[in-house]
Design a protein around this ligand. Structure first.
Ligand code: GDP
Length: 315
């Protein structure tokens, strides 16, 4: 299949998972396209139930769909709720992808994660690194489900000719992030902890693990823009990495967040918490050759996220 343009103008586009950080950012971004955005609440359709998904799609007949619905969480949530992470995600993606084929969805974009790559993959990680080695143990459940999702897209493309594509983003952060310390990812967790430490007048900020792992962080508004770009221009079987192109050591991230939040104390490290993968940096050459690159630097993205936190999420 060639990369024939797929204009969104006039099309009905379903954002599955519109209440999540990614889905909400995508709805905001799609508002600038001349398309009709479809969403459905969890109370109305449980995406883990095949018949509910099939009935809803048969009734609403979207032409395009983005699978931004997922059970997600940080290192501790992944490690402690493995059944939810593997079952929910397998069920959601299998139900949506199968029903999308049956209902003739013209274009579907499945969203995975950079944790699909082997723990010890060469850095930066190219798309070809997939399935070349063992996964990181703390998030293997989520990773296996996301690998299955991208394989589902490839299988429906090969057997039925569906234009289903997949994007694998770096660690995400931004407005709409989850700030619950037990289930959040590192940016939201450290931002909330730094904020509370500043208000309480504490002299230190607790960072999990050694502080030595490296992660790549992509601002969610940039991701949403990349997803619209891919929907409109990409039709390949191969999945596409979406990243910022650089990574940062967790201890430096913590210091940067402290600065953005205005917390002047020091950092402590908790070796009782897992480090996870030593490094996760995506090779984004495929996407940049296609013609997209991110526009928000980490400091700016953190400042905007902090403004959002203070306005909407501060407990
Ligand atoms: P991961 O990319 O799947 O490991 O997801 P996370 O965003 O949860 O964690 C990234 C890294 O940040 C790991 O090395 C964590 O140990 C580290 N980290 C440091 N402090 C925190 C924290 O307060 N919460 C979380 N979730 N991670 C933290």
């Amino acid at each position: 299949m060639t990369d024939a343009p797929y204009p969104l103008g006039g099309r009905r586009v379903w954002v599955a998972g519109h209440r999540g950080m990614v889905g909400a950012a995508l709805v905001r971004r799609l508002a600038h396209e001349d398309c009709e955005i479809l969403t459905v609440d969890r109370a109305e359709v449980d995406l883990r139930r095949q018949s509910e998904v099939e009935d809803w799609l048969a009734e609403t007949r979207p032409q395009a769909a983005v699978v931004a619905a997922a059970t997600v969480g940080g290192i501790q949530a992944n490690d402690s709720r493995p059944a939810e992470f593997i079952y929910d995600n397998l069920a959601i993606e299998a139900n949506i992808i199968h029903a999308a084929w049956r209902c003739g969805v013209e274009k579907l974009l499945f969203l995975g994660s950079s944790c699909i790559y082997p723990r010890d993959a060469a850095q930066p990680m190219t798309e070809e690194a997939l399935l070349t080695g063992p996964l990181e143990a703390t998030n293997q459940w989520y990773a296996v489900a996301k690998i299955a999702g991208l394989k589902l897209c490839q299988a429906y493309r090969r057997q039925y000719g569906c234009d289903f594509i997949s994007a694998m983003p770096a660690n995400l952060y931004g407005p709409g992030d989850n700030f619950d310390l037990a289930s959040s990812h590192v940016v939201a967790a450290l931002m909330r902890k730094a904020h509370e430490a500043r208000i309480a007048g504490d002299d230190s900020l607790a960072v999990w693990g050694s502080g030595r792992p490296r992660r790549e962080f992509l601002y969610v508004e940039d991701l949403a823009d990349a997803l619209v770009f891919l929907l409109q221009t990409y039709s390949g079987e191969a999945h596409v990495n979406v990243g910022a192109g650089k990574d940062i050591v967790i201890s430096e991230l913590a210091a940067l967040i402290a600065e953005v939040v205005g917390f002047a104390g020091g950092l402590t490290f908790d070796p009782g918490k897992p480090d996870g993968t030593p490094r996760k940096l995506l090779d984004v050459s495929r996407l940049s050759e296609l013609g997209w690159s991110p526009s928000t630097g980490l400091r700016d993205g953190l400042a905007q996220t902090y403004r959002w936190f203070c306005e909407y999420a501060e407990p």
